[in-house]
Each structure stands twice: as structure tokens, then as C-alpha cells.
Write a new protein. Structure first.
Length: 141
């Protein structure tokens, strides 16, 4: 692979956030005899996330849609959050800081996957995209 060629785009994650992101939403659903579950389900279906080796695309909305896209080479920092309630249900959050004026921070909440494994794959893909595009991040502190 040369300096100007990137690998073919591969999908790392695609789907909606978890319906029940943590223990708190599970408790609320039980206490309301399942009525809150309807709300959590609709809220979950209102967001669709697609993470590939070149970009992250997030669609918001059920009827009217809004799409955000961040190219991986623009990402400068990651935060992985796995609160206890989410770890029990197998979900987690990924917060990305990007050099993008329209989306400087992207919060991907309640991902129903192993977020640490996804973070590792995303970090490797980000570094590859930066290398292929010749992008260097300079920290002025």
C-alpha cells in the first residue's frame, strides 16, 4: 500500500443505540410496567450510527432526518465511558473530539457492542487515515 492509497472502506459498527442503555432505564421500564420501554425504543430508533474505517455517520430523527459525518483523519482524541449500569447490560459510550468546525465533539452513547474493542479498531483506522492523507496533528501547549 503506497502513501496515497487507503485500504477499502470497511464497516466497524452499524446500528442503533441500545434500547436499554443501562440499569437505570431498565428499572424505570419495570416500574412503569413497560410504558417507558416504548419511549426508550422510539428514542433508540431515532438515531442510526455507521462507523467505518474512513468516517463516522450519524443520522438523527424518525421522520425528518439530519445527518452528521466526521472523517476519521479529523479525530484528535477519544474517550471511552463504561459506567457500571452500562457494563452490566453490555453497552458503552464513545466520545470523539475532532478538528471539525461543524462537529467538534461527537458523543456516541449506548453502543450495544464492546466499546473498548471498537475504540481500538477505530484508533488504528484513524491513524491509518492520517498517515495515508499526510495529516499531522501539532499540539501547541
Amino acid at each position: 500500500m503506497t502513501q496515497t492509497q487507503s485500504e477499502p472502506e470497511r464497516v466497524l459498527f452499524t446500528g442503533h443505540p441500545a434500547v436499554l442503555p443501562g440499569i437505570g432505564s431498565l428499572v424505570v421500564s419495570v416500574l412503569t410496567l413497560g410504558l417507558a420501554l416504548i419511549y426508550f425504543f422510539i428514542r433508540s430508533r431515532g438515531r442510526f450510527i455507521r462507523i467505518t474505517t474512513q468516517r463516522i455517520v450519524v443520522e438523527h430523527g424518525l421522520f425528518s432526518k439530519r445527518m452528521e459525518q466526521v472523517d476519521l483523519y479529523r479525530i484528535v482524541d477519544y474517550v471511552v465511558e463504561r459506567p457500571f449500569g452500562q457494563r452490566v447490560l453490555g453497552t458503552g459510550n464513545l466520545i470523539l473530539e475532532a478538528m471539525d468546525s461543524s462537529t467538534p465533539a461527537l458523543r456516541l452513547e449506548a453502543l450495544p457492542t464492546d466499546v473498548v474493542k471498537l475504540y481500538e479498531a477505530l484508533r488504528a483506522a484513524t491513524e491509518n487515515e492520517k498517515r495515508v492523507r499526510g495529516v499531522r496533528v501539532v499540539d501547541y501547549e
